[in-house]
Design a protein around this ligand. Sequence first.
Ligand code: HEC
Length: 128
Amino acid sequence: MIMVLLGSALIAVSVEPESKEKWVAPGAEAQKKNPVAINDSSLAVGQKIYLQRCVGCHGRTGKGDGADAADLGIHPAKLSDAAVQQQTDGELFWKVTVGKKPMPNYRSRLSPTDRWNVINYLRTLARR
Ligand code: HEC
């Protein structure tokens, strides 16, 4: 961490490769409403995407214990935890859209509708 004095403003510049700071979505994004209703077809599409694209890191039940996580030596978020489940759909949508190393971004990999479908599916992990 390097402190830089700029005029009267003290600006903290992080030079660590992996930030330990909490990942917080911008307020406007957090308030974005989920336009896709939770129903069988949305959950089926969301589950398919999750099992294809997310399970390797986040694990089948969202405990962050996927096979790739061990291989890569990374610690993906536990999506079944309250810390994730209490976030709004908008926050989770934004995070899946922009990604955060080592998690890829899905802005161009998944359509907005499919990103909402996968968010709907993530809600089912809370109960497991
Ligand atoms: C290469 C491994 C990897 C893949 C694939 C991956 N993630 Fe992640 N994900 C991570 C890691 C690591 C984090 C923690 C990032 C951080 O907080 O520094 C994370 C964080 C998240 C978060 C934020 C949790 C929080 O703490 O707020 C969500 C939501 C999420 N992932 C959903 C998904 C979804 C949905 C997919 C599939 C479309 C996916 N991820 C694919 C590794 C991955």
